[in-house]
Design a protein around this ligand. Structure first.
Ligand code: ZN
Length: 304
């Protein structure tokens, strides 16, 4: 099946499925079409009895820049009608209601990520360059993370959007509580070596060797009987769920939506009349209530 936003292939006699995000010009920003295709690709791998391991990587200069904040493709998915655009719901949610945004985010950002985390295959995120904001969710949903030297991780939604984190709030579990607070409150990036020391990253390889080394690593895991690898995954996931992971995710998704509702009220009368020509939402210019964040956001501004 030809997909518009990603490539799907099987390697090693079908034992390894590899998904490649293929929007390099948009730094693999996650528009809705890409997320839908990603869901289909994960489920295709899950339904394939030959597949033991799924590798997820990104084409181009970086793994992914996060949610698509307004490329032409993304805007087209929400037209006609300015109220259809997600950035408007974030800025002026009273136009369309908190319910609409909550359901959209639950479906496309939260529940699908959780579904991929529970995929009945071992999954490996192969990351390089920058891994920003919602790209963290894709990566964290995978069982193992192989990173290139020089990879940087950051959740800048606090600094950029005045948000308390991502829809899939795995930060404290992936980083530890104190580091999670630091990174969210500052928007600072985490270097790959520190991420490896924290246990968030599994292995680090030179960028030039990343494809090959990730495949070698995947081949080792693919040698395990699938029943064994699945039950290892499930044992760890069920342990973490019993430690509160699932319930915490649910609670923090609600807080995330509360945060959106706050900004929707604040910006109710300050929404831009129309998208600028380049399609990039100008929320920063429409956000005079957070001038300090505005400057920081311009400096960070990783997304297309
Ligand atoms: Zn959100």
């Amino acid at each position: 099946m030809t997909r518009k936003y990603l490539d799907y292939e099987t390697l090693e006699d079908g034992r390894i499925a590899r998904i490649t995000l293929n929007r390099p010009d948009a730094r693999n920003a996650q528009n809705r079409g890409l997320l839908v295709e990603l869901g289909e690709a994960f489920l295709e791998a899950e339904a394939d009895d030959e597949v033991r391991v799924v590798v997820l990587r990104g084409k181009g200069s970086m793994f992914s820049s996060g949610h698509d904040m307004g490329t032409k493709d993304s805007v087209a998915e929400y037209t006609p009608g300015p109220g259809q655009h997600p950035s408007y719901t974030m800025q002026g949610g009273t136009k369309v209601g908190a319910e609409r945004l909550m359901l959209q985010e639950w479906h496309y950002f939260y529940q699908n990520t959780l579904r991929w985390r529970n995929l009945r295959k071992v999954t490996i995120a192969q990351v390089h360059g920058e891994v920003y904001a919602a790209a963290l969710m894709l990566m964290w949903a995978c069982d193992l993370i192989i990173a290139a030297e020089g990879t940087r991780f950051a959740d800048v939604v606090g600094a950029r959007l005045g948000m308390c984190g991502l829809e899939y709030f795995a930060h404290p579990w992936e980083l530890g509580p104190r580091k999670a607070k630091e990174l969210l409150l500052t928007g600072d990036a985490l270097e790959v070596d520190e991420a490896h020391a924290l246990g968030m990253v599994t292995k680090v390889f030179p960028l030039d060797d990343l494809d090959e080394q990730t495949l070698e690593f995947a081949k080792r895991i693919a040698k395990l009987p699938s029943m064994t690898s699945l039950l290892i995954k499930e044992s760890v996931n069920q342990s973490v769920d019993n430690m509160g992971f699932y319930n915490a995710l649910q609670a923090c998704f609600t807080l995330h939506e509360l945060n959106h509702s706050h900004w929707a009220q604040v910006h109710d009368n300050r929404m831009p009349a129309a998208l600028p020509e380049d399609g990039v939402p100008n929320w920063r210019d429409a956000a005079p209530v957070v001038p300090a964040l505005k400057d920081k956001a311009r400096a960070a501004s990783p997304q297309s």
